[in-house]
Each structure stands twice: as structure tokens, then as C-alpha cells.
Design a protein around this ligand. Structure first.
Ligand code: FAD
Ligand code: NAI
Length: 470
């Protein structure tokens, strides 16, 4: 067996800690450096706490609709401190689990801020003073941080970043959210369900720019139904504190206006994080957008330094970072691996949920590629009806000639789970016919995927499609 390589991983988010564990599984000698918290943004202040609080909002919402099933519930009361404690408990279990896994795999963990000294040396500022580490390879997984816009400095008091929004001390009466993207809509909907009035300010012409517009239409209708105000083509200019309230100045299509609220959340995107890392000392530099460019093996232009996760480029999603971590680990251990995935699924925990994988119609139109589309509404699904969640649909896009599945876009109940089948179909180069010939258990939500694939050929059984010549 060859000598283990000494590897330093900087950052213990879902990219870094997954990479470290895989490196250890492959027999390498690994040190992880983390400046704040094991599990990174995702486990501590991102994916996990947001989904926990969203689950609480959904539960309150469902209780509110229980009357339709003949279940009368009264006296529902939210204790926000308890909710935050419950969420913190989940985060604690998961981050403790990551610590345990690293320990069991004999990964050394050094808590402190890492700075590169050269292509093999990292100095860590720990609470006990500087510590110098030398490695054959270095994996940089420092993630991203929220973008701040002028006039809205995060103080986590009057102006929340997503981190403040996930640790509220009280429930806002009126929350103004700047940015109608992933976080703005997930957290905006969550606060609405918990009982706040919510206004979302979005710079572009619609919510969730870049996502399938048919799916977004369903989300925008749902925002309205829930009583959330979405102001598009609107920019927040600044705010003043007046009589204990925040008066937000906004520029809209029709001129300047003011909105009074008691809480602002600014969620206008995230930027890759590499400040103070000393990249230049190792011969590295970020690109114009702040990303550290890598090849398909996650190598930077310095052969023994790798970058993974949010720092290495879009999409900034946890599962994409973890996948890159597995690839970097394999490459360092001498395996012939490469980032050669056909698609990265995206899931948005709005109400209803939205999910997509592969190409969109807009992207295919831009490529001038011929395609066929089939869709199936959840309103025709027995399972969706029994869950009282009939909004939305599944849309399957297939190549017009080969029938290969090119993209799947969904909005509706539990689509964040359903999308896994679509990702597998695209990875396996399945055709729409393959999907439609696969028996799907009844009554389940995935039947909608089978029917949408049948609809590609005009053959969905549970909706009427005009007969086509065969
Ligand atoms: P991070 O998770 O940011 O981890 C980087 C780590 O590096 C941090 O712990 C940081 O402290 C450490 N670090 C940085 N610099 C140094 C240094 N110099 N020395 C030592 N340590 C350092 N994605 C999803 O896929 N699904 C979701 O549902 C989802 N929900 C989200 C909700 C919110 C509110 C937010 C903010 C994000 C969400 N994301 C979600 C995005 C997801 O959190 C990120 O894509 C993911 O965390 C990126 O992983 P990473 O390992 O690259 O970076
Ligand atoms: P985002 O990029 O999803 O959305 C930001 C929104 O703010 C966009 O719609 C943009 O047009 C708008 N915007 C930008 N500047 C503005 C301004 N000055 N005024 C008004 N609107 C403005 O970014 P977000 O929501 O901060 O999330 C960051 C990233 O975190 C996401 O892109 C995603 O990668 C990840 N994430 C993933 C989640 C998931 O997978 N479910 C959940 C939350 C975050």
C-alpha cells in the first residue's frame, strides 16, 4: 500500500467534512481546520435550521386547515423561544454527529482560522496561539457569506441576515424581506405561516429568477393566497427608525414609496468567502465573481490545492459541495474520478414546494434544441387530494428525437422528495418511455411523474389529452 498523503481541509461545511471523512475512508491522514462551527453554514445557520422552522410553520398551517377533515382544533399558540430551542436541539444533534464521525474516522480537528503560507503550509490562529500545519495536499472549502447591500448593514437586530432570521427573539408583526429568491421566499412563507405580515421586495420582474416560470407562477399565486405581498421591480434604498419602527424607502416602477415595518430581513444572495485566506501566497487568485476556479477533478491551478463547495462556483447548494468533496478525496487518494454529473437537483421549500433538475425550456430554446413536454397536475392525483395539497404539477421535458429525459420541473406536495427519481432518470440517460413504463405504486405522489412522462407522448391516462395520430 502507498504511503498515506497528509491532507489539510479548510472548512467543515458539507463540502469540507464530507471530503475529510471520505479521505479518511480512503486511508489518508487528514486534518480539518474550522473557524466557527462543525457542519458549516448548512447545518448551523442554513439548510437544517431553516427546514426545521419551515416544518413548524407548515404544521401550524395544516392545523388551520384541519377543519375541512372534520377535526376542530382550538387554542393553537406559538412559543417562539421554544421553537428556536427545538431547532437548536436538532442542529446540536447533527453537528455533534459530524464531530463524532470525524473522531471515529481519526480525522484531526483544529478549531481556528486558517491562512495559507505557501502551497503546502497553513497557519491556524487558534485560541491558544498560532499552529503551523504542513500537508501534501490542501482542500479549500470555506463556503460563502450573505451579501450586504448599501443602507442595510446586518446588525441582526433591526436588519436580519438569514442567520438572524433563523434565531428570532420575537415574532415580527410586519417583516419586510429584501430579495425574492430561495431564502426570501422560504423564510418569508415560514414567517407568514407563523403569523407575521410579510412583504417581499424583489429587484427583477418576478420571484425566483432563473427558475421554471410555470412553476414560479404557482408559487406567486400561493404567495398571494397566503396574504404575502410581493413587490417586483422594487429596490430598497435605505431605512430610518421612527417611533420604534423601521420605515423602509423603496423605489418601484411607479416611483418612491415608504413601508413601515418592525423587522427587515435582507436576503439578496451569497458571495464566495475567501477573505484573509492568503490565496496569493500559494499562487492563487479568485475570479471576478470571487470563485476559486477548478478543473473537473476539483484542482485549482496549483496542482496540490483543491477547492470545493460554494467557493468553487454555482450552484451554491450543499449536495453539490458534498459531491465535489467526494471527488476531490478520490482524486487525492489516486482514483481516476471527475465531476462528470449530468445534473444537480434544486429544491425550494416554499408552499407548495418546488424542485427541478436538468435543463429548462428556456435553456433548450436558447440551444435551439427540439423537445417535447408532458405535464400532469396534482389536482388529478388521488394521493394529493387525500393530503389536501392539490396545487401544482410535474413537467417532464424529453428530447424530441431520442425521447431522452432532459429536464424535470415540479411544484406541489413533497416534490423536494420526488425530484430524486428525476435526477436518477437523467443520470441514467432514461427516456420518457422508461419513466412511463416503470410501475409506480398507487396511490402515491410519484405516480404524477409516470403520468407526466406518459403525457410526453399524449398518453396520460388520468387527464384528457387530445388524441394524436399513432
Ligand atoms: P459552508 O457550509 O459555508 O462551510 C464553510 C465552513 O468553512 C464554515 O464552517 C466556515 O466557518 C469555515 N471557514 C471559512 N473560512 C475559514 C478559514 N479561513 N479557516 C477555517 N475555517 C473557515 N443548500 C441546500 O442544498 N439545501 C438547502 O435547503 C439550503 N438551505 C439554505 C438555507 C439558508 C438560510 C442558507 C444561508 C443556505 C442554504 N443552503 C442550502 C446553501 C448551503 O448552506 C450551502 O450551499 C452549503 O453550506 C455550502 O457548503 P460549503 O461546505 O461549501 O460551505
Ligand atoms: P438568491 O440568489 O436565491 O436570491 C436573491 C434574490 O434577491 C434574487 O431574486 C435577486 O433578484 C434579488 N435581489 C438582489 N439584489 C436585490 C436588491 N437590491 N433588492 C431586491 N432584490 C434583490 O439568494 P438567497 O435567497 O440569498 O440565497 C442564497 C443561496 O443560498 C441560493 O442561491 C441558494 O444557492 C442557497 N439556498 C438554497 C436553498 C435550497 O436549496 N432550498 C435555500 C436557501 C438558500
Amino acid at each position: 500500500m502507498s504511503q498515506p498523503r497528509k491532507v489539510i481541509v479548510i472548512g467543515a461545511g458539507p463540502a469540507g467534512y464530507v471530503c475529510a471523512i471520505r479521505l479518511a475512508q480512503l486511508g489518508q491522514q487528514v486534518t480539518v481546520v474550522e473557524k466557527e462551527f462543525l457542519g458549516g453554514t448548512c447545518l448551523n445557520v442554513g439548510c437544517i435550521p431553516s427546514k426545521a422552522m419551515i416544518a413548524a410553520g407548515s404544521l401550524i398551517d395544516r392545523i388551520g386547515h384541519a377543519g375541512a377533515m372534520g377535526i376542530e382544533v382550538s387554542g393553537v399558540k406559538l412559543e417562539i423561544e421554544k421553537l428556536v430551542q427545538w431547532k437548536a436541539g436538532i442542529v446540536g444533534k447533527l453537528t455533534g454527529g459530524v464531530g463524532g464521525l470525524l473522531k471515529n474516522h481519526k480525522v484531526e480537528v483544529v478549531m481556528g482560522t486558517a491562512t495559507l503560507q505557501d502551497r503546502n503550509t497553513v497557519v491556524v490562529a487558534t485560541k491558544d496561539g498560532p499552529k503551523t500545519l504542513r500537508g501534501d495536499d490542501i482542500v479549500i472549502a470555506t463556503g460563502s457569506v450573505p451579501i450586504e447591500i448599501p443602507g442595510f448593514k446586518f446588525d441582526e437586530d433591526h436588519v436580519w441576515s438569514s442567520t438572524g432570521a433563523l434565531a428570532p427573539k420575537r415574532l415580527p408583526k410586519h417583516l419586510v424581506v429584501i430579495g425574492g429568491g430561495y431564502i426570501g421566499l422560504e423564510l418569508g412563507m415560514m414567517y407568514r405561516k407563523l403569523g407575521s405580515e410579510v412583504t417581499v421586495l424583489e429587484a427583477t420582474a418576478g420571484a425566483l429568477p432563473g427558475q421554471d416560470r410555470d412553476c414560479v407562477k404557482v408559487i406567486e399565486r400561493s404567495l398571494k393566497k397566503h396574504g404575502i405581498k410581493l413587490l417586483t421591480e422594487t429596490f430598497a434604498q435605505g431605512f430610518e427608525r421612527v417611533d420604534g419602527q423601521s420605515v423602509v424607502r423603496i423605489k418601484t416602477k411607479t416611483g418612491e414609496q415608504k413601508i413601515t415595518c418592525d423587522q427587515i430581513a435582507s436576503t439578496v444572495g451569497r458571495r464566495p468567502y475567501s477573505s484573509g485566506l492568503g490565496l496569493e501566497k500559494a499562487g492563487l487568485a479568485v475570479d471576478a465573481k470571487g470563485f476559486l476556479n477548478v478543473d473537473k477533478q476539483m484542482r485549482t491551478k496549483v496542482a496540490n490545492i483543491y477547492a470545493i463547495g460554494d467557493l468553487a462556483g454555482q450552484p451554491m447548494l450543499a449536495h453539490k459541495g458534498s459531491k465535489e468533496g467526494l471527488i476531490a478525496a478520490g482524486v487525492i487518494a489516486g482514483k481516476n474520478e471527475a465531476y462528470d454529473v449530468r445534473c444537480v437537483p434544486a429544491v425550494i421549500f416554499t408552499a407548495p414546494e418546488m424542485a427541478s433538475v436538468g435543463l429548462s425550456e428556456a435553456e433548450l430554446d436558447a440551444q435551439k434544441r427540439a423537445y417535447k413536454v408532458g405535464s400532469f397536475p396534482f389536482a388529478a392525483s388521488g394521493r394529493a387530494m387525500s393530503l389536501m395539497e392539490t396545487e401544482g404539477f410535474v413537467k417532464v421535458i424529453a428530447d424530441a428525437v431520442t425521447d431522452e429525459v432532459l429536464g424535470v420541473h415540479m411544484v406541489g406536495p413533497e416534490v423536494t422528495e420526488l425530484i430524486a427519481e428525476a435526477a436518477l432518470a437523467i443520470e441514467m440517460c432514461a427516456t420518457a418511455e422508461d419513466l412511463s413504463r416503470t410501475i409506480h405504486a398507487h396511490p402515491t405522489l410519484p405516480e404524477a411523474m409516470m403520468e407526466a412522462a406518459e403525457a410526453v407522448h399524449g398518453m396520460a391516462v388520468h387527464i384528457f389529452q387530445k388524441p394524436t395520430a399513432h
